[in-house]
Design a protein around this ligand. Structure first.
Ligand SMILES: Cc1ncc(C[n+]2csc(CCOP(=O)(O)OP(=O)(O)O)c2C)c(N)n1
Length: 331
């Protein structure tokens, strides 16, 4: 990453460019995915991450390439931020053979061995124990890697969340659990599902560090997750981070507006805290980036996403014989 002069916020031009372009890439990628869903080129479920980009980008910016990330089904942003090729991610959404999972997983099952992105899991809460297992493996092998595990607040009332917290704390595992609290699990507001809606406080029960962070502020996320990663790497201490965020779209493309369980006013009010607009404005005000820089980033991102769509379109469907490959089966 290019190093430029430090601005008042302590962020240099190279880092600012990286953070902004990653967030804009995820936003543009998903807008295009929504368009292609409407055109019938993407089937099945499609859960957009629009509004939450600062969490994936802030967190991934403090990871090393050999660290791991694992996520639930709203994972396009986490996968792209970990470094996956947008062309192969789009091809997976299209169900094509050049997709990350050879077109057999689709939107909810992105997986990329080359970037240590371990999915893409559709069952709410199921990947939290998997993250603990990966962290146990890291410790067992004596490595200094970490794993970041993203999930929604809908997983918190589940047993798997508490079992994972308990084992991570007990065995001192290098895992950072990042709960993206976007306030609704499908149509259920967090206050109706959790006796303790301040999710970071569950860390106290397990005697590990817990912190809430403004999930619309990419630099705040970077700072909090950066501290957690350092603790995990150095001291094998797990952390629970609650990133307070908001999804601007519905739960999935089947609920495009998300307007039944929340008011239009609420959505419009939250959009005023768009993480991309906030960060871009901050960079311009502080002089870290110029208007010309932002325009150039926009152009690069648009080109990259157009290229991803063209690549996905040109890729063939997986052949029928592949139905029986990459699966567990009797010999
Ligand atoms: C074990 C399980 N129960 C129910 C579902 C159906 N379901 C899919 S998404 C979802 C809501 C989860 O919300 P949250 O964890 O807050 O994540 P978000 O969608 O807000 O990102 C539910 C209940 C599921 N996939 N798995």
């Amino acid at each position: 990453m290019a190093q430029g002069p430090l601005a008042t916020s302590g962020v240099d031009t190279g880092l600012a460019r990286h953070l902004l372009s990653q967030m804009m890439l995820i936003r543009r990628f998903e807008e295009k995915a929504a368009e292609n869903y409407a055109l019938g080129k993407i089937g099945g479920f499609l859960h957009l991450y629009i509004g939450q980009e600062a969490v994936a980008v802030g967190a991934a910016s403090v990871l090393r390439p050999d660290d791991y990330a694992i996520s639930h089904y709203r994972e396009h942003g986490h996968c792209l931020a970990k470094g996956s090729d947008p062309r192969r991610v789009m091809a997976e959404l299209f169900g094509r053979r050049d997709g990350l999972s050879h077109g057999k997983g689709g939107s909810m099952h992105l997986f990329d061995k080359s970037t240590n992105f371990l999915g893409g899991h559709a069952i709410v809460g199921a990947h939290l124990p998997l993250a603990a297992g990966v962290a146990f493996g890291i410790k067992y092998e004596g490595r200094d890697r970490v794993i970041v595990c993203y999930f929604g607040e809908g997983a918190v009332p589940q047993g798997e969340f508490h079992e994972s917290m308990n084992l991570a704390a007990l065995w001192r595992l290098p895992v950072i659990y990042i709960c993206e609290n976007n306030r609704y699990a499908m149509g259920t507001p967090v206050e109706r599902a959790l006796a303790e809606p301040n999710i970071w406080r569950f860390a106290q029960t397990y005697g590990i560090p817990g912190e809430a962070v403004d999930g619309m502020d990419v630099l705040a996320v970077r700072e909090v997750v950066g501290r957690a990663v350092a603790r995990a790497r150095r001291d094998r201490e797990p952390t629970l981070v609650e990133a307070r965020t908001y999804r601007f779209r519905g739960h999935s493309m089947r609920d495009p507006a998300g307007a039944i369980y929340r008011t239009r006013d609420e959505v419009e009010r939250e959009k005023l805290r768009d993480p991309i607009v906030l960060f871009r404005q901050r960079c311009l005000t502080e002089g870290t980036l110029t208007e010309a820089d932002v325009k150039a980033i926009e152009k690069d991102v648009n080109d990259l996403v157009d290229e991803a769509v063209a690549f996905a379109d040109a890729s063939a469907e997986p052949p029928l014989e592949w139905l029986l490959t990459d699966i567990y089966k009797e010999a």
